[in-house]
Design a protein. Structure first.
Length: 139
């Protein structure tokens, strides 16, 4: 049996304040993180979302559950604190899940959320960081 430990897997996505777009962007972010990390849903302990105050059309945790996903783990959502110059239309995610010890955790920032991590500019595909534009291509 492979020894596992609990990891935190981060990501964020930009979205438009509509139910359809929030649901689509949450699904793409969640599926992307699970795929990049080869993380089965059964190994997820909890998922924590934050969202900017301008996103009011729906709750990202409810959107995930509505899609039949994350049925066996704890979900929590809160509003991102307002700070001057903050990027609008952003949903952030922190997944706590079990992966093999020594795993190179892959984080995903997509659809405009790449701007949240200027310190990682130019590192996409290296060091466990991935940036994906709304067209699905690496910037």
């Amino acid at each position: 049996m492979v020894e596992q430990r609990l990891y935190g897997i981060r990501g964020a996505t930009g979205c438009i304040n509509t139910v359809d777009d929030i649901e689509a962007q949450v699904r793409a972010l969640y599926d992307g993180l699970l795929s990049l990390n080869k993380l089965p849903e059964s190994d997820i302990v909890s998922i924590f979302f934050t969202m900017t105050a301008d996103l009011t059309a729906c709750n990202p945790a409810a959107a995930l559950r509505k899609q039949g996903r994350a049925q066996q783990c704890a979900l929590f959502v809160c509003q991102e604190p307002h700070t001057d110059g903050a990027l609008p239309g952003i949903i952030r995610i922190l997944i706590h899940g079990y992966l093999p010890v020594g795993s190179n955790v892959q984080h995903l920032y997509r659809n405009g959320a790449e701007a949240l991590r200027p310190d990682w500019a130019g590192t996409s595909g290296r060091e466990g960081i991935f940036f994906i534009n709304s067209d699905g291509k690496d910037p």
